[in-house]
Design a protein. Structure first.
Length: 218
């Protein structure tokens, strides 16, 4: 809420933005701060996954075909905490195991954005497709040993683990406000909802996140 309030105050300062210029056939890029909502998924036989809300970082690259239509690429990195309840039904009675950890999440997507109006403050809608890669950071088997020659340290052997991971196709949409500043920079505040087409036995999932961006046209 503090970040949103600061943006509103920033918008209220008179004279900070010039009239909207011609952005057609130009590139833009931005940095983003993300706040992803928590999510609960229920599986078979009492299994479940609870994912905490989390802050993350992102970057965006886009091309403005017109003053209103932009095609861009989002790249996002997060590391939410989660609690998973696993049920082993190969034994009687079924045995449950609880994992309380954090996973590594990467979102990549292509999206189209359409902005309305012609002034410095403009609402927008967007939609796109992409993928989400999640690494549980939990080993899926015993460690494996790899050895190699190092030019300075000599012969080195180390253990490494393979982990449970999953890549899901995603699709979704969002809306928000864009404010163009002097010098070609801009601020965007939006909210997106992305559906995971494949999330294992849970049958799917949803990624909902607020996104605050600061970027430049060039």
């Amino acid at each position: 809420m503090r970040a949103i309030t600061a943006v509103i105050i920033f918008f209220a300062i008179p004279g900070i933005a010039l009239a909207q210029g011609d952005r057609s056939r130009s590139w833009e890029w931005s940095f983003a701060a993300l706040y992803q909502d928590s999510e609960r998924l229920s599986g078979e036989n009492g299994s479940s996954l609870n994912v905490d809300s989390d802050w993350g970082l992102g970057i965006n690259f886009g091309y403005n075909f017109t003053n209103h239509l932009t095609l861009g690429v989002d790249l996002e990195w997060l590391s939410p905490d989660y609690k998973a309840v696993l049920v082993d039904d190969m034994v009687d009675p079924p045995r449950t195991t609880t994992i309380d950890h954090n996973f590594s999440q990467f979102n990549g997507r292509i999206k189209g954005t359409y902005t309305f109006l012609d002034g410095p403050l403009r609402p927008f809608v967007e939609a796109g497709i992409g993928w989400t890669y999640i690494d549980s950071n939990v080993a899926d088997g015993p460690p494996q040993t790899g050895c190699y020659w190092h030019p300075w340290l000599g012969y080195i052997c180390s253990n490494y683990y393979s982990t449970f991971s999953n890549t899901s196709f995603t699709y979704g949409a969002g809306l928000g406000l864009r404010y163009d500043l002097r010098g070609g920079s801009f601020i965007k505040l939006g909210y997106n909802v992305w559906e995971l087409d494949d999330a294992g036995d849970t049958g799917g999932g949803t990624i909902s996140a607020a996104r605050l961006e600061y970027g430049w046209n060039f």
